[in-house]
Design a protein. Structure first.
Length: 82
């Protein structure tokens, strides 16, 4: 299942198009800070996995994935809108 474009836009801000180079740099930074959050972004955003599928792939709870996904989106949004 692919993420809706509206949800993807939340990561980078609705008023801007996605700069893939900036997203890659930000994601690399995030992975250095919190590897699991970086992995969750990869699985959710790029692979289109659901919260449940991501939790199963990482062998963590759905709640952990949901929390880390929210935090990662907020962190990426901040990084990409500076």
């Amino acid at each position: 299942m692919k993420l809706p474009l509206e949800e993807a836009a939340l990561v980078v801000g609705k008023e801007k198009s996605i700069d893939l180079m900036a997203l890659d740099e930000a994601l690399t930074k995030l992975e250095k800070i919190d590897r699991q959050q970086g992995r969750i972004v990869e699985l959710r955003y790029f692979s289109g996995l659901s919260l449940e599928e991501t939790a199963e792939a990482l062998k963590v709870s759905r709640t952990t994935v949901a929390t880390d996904w929210s935090m990662a989106k907020a962190w990426l949004h901040r990084e990409l809108t500076r």
